[in-house]
Design a protein around this ligand. Structure first.
Ligand SMILES: C[S@@+](CC[C@H](N)C(=O)[O-])C[C@H]1O[C@@H](n2cnc3c(N)ncnc32)[C@H](O)[C@@H]1O
Length: 212
């Protein structure tokens, strides 16, 4: 895994500029996100936190799954993304940094975060996972979806090209690089940790499901 990537301020600027254009990524990210959402096993009445809501497409599904008896809330650093997600969902969202969650300890039944951990620097990840664990209730579950290493020849070729582009200029990849998070999640005292890799148009994504 590349240790470093663009700064969080640069990531915020990048996603402010990208805006609704990020929805185009659905053609290679959509399947893995659907699998991550399904693995959360959401029920009406639950409280679910979406970290890095982006344009809010998955948030609509989180809202529907917990129904008006529950609460689907979220955060993002990018004000442009928050505006898009709010116009789509009307959900309670806030501008915050995922590394310091503005929520009480043990206040969340489920946590979802897609394609955000893969754009944070490696030294930030243990603290981020400790924050995820802090806000989850005991027995609470999270699903993390991220770009990962290739698992077959099309995805290995694609990831090889992606890494070359990343080395030349991480901004060409939106700061996003392949990660493998299972060991880190285990070290953050989550259990059990399940990992699955889904590829779509050669783009490999890992889905990590773990419980506090
Ligand atoms: C690749 S997008 C993914 C958005 C959405 N989860 C999805 O799957 O479509 C990454 C999102 O994370 C947000 N983000 C990046 N770094 C962040 C941080 N440190 N704290 C909160 N949000 C962050 C970006 O603004 C952007 O909306």
């Amino acid at each position: 895994m590349f240790e470093n990537t663009i700064s969080t301020a640069a990531a915020e600027q990048f996603y402010n500029r990208l805006g609704i254009g990020h929805d185009r990524a659905e053609v290679y990210e959509g399947l893995a996100k659907q699998q991550g959402l399904a693995a959360l096993d959401l029920r009406p009445g639950q409280r679910v936190l979406n970290v890095g809501v982006g344009t809010g497409k998955e948030h609509l599904q989180l809202q529907a799954a917990v129904s008006s008896a529950g609460a689907a809330f979220g955060l993002d650093r990018s004000p442009v993304m928050l505006k898009l997600a709010y116009s789509r969902t009307g959900a309670p969202l806030c501008q915050a940094d995922a590394r310091r969650l503005p929520y009480a300890s043990a206040s969340v039944d489920r946590l979802f975060s897609s394609y955000m951990l893969d754009l944070l620097a490696a030294p930030d990840l243990p603290g981020l996972l400790a924050e995820f664990r802090r806000v989850l209730k005991p027995g609470g579950r999270m699903a993390l979806v991220s770009l990962t290493e290739g698992v077959d020849w099309p995805s290995r070729i694609l990831v090889g090209a992606w890494k070359t582009a990343f080395r030349l200029n991480p901004l060409w990849c939106g700061g996003c690089r392949p990660v493998q998070l299972a060991a880190l999640v285990e070290r953050a005292s989550f259990a059990p940790v399940q990992r699955e890799v889904v590829t779509q148009l050669g783009f490999p994504s890992e889905i990590i499901v773990a419980e506090r």
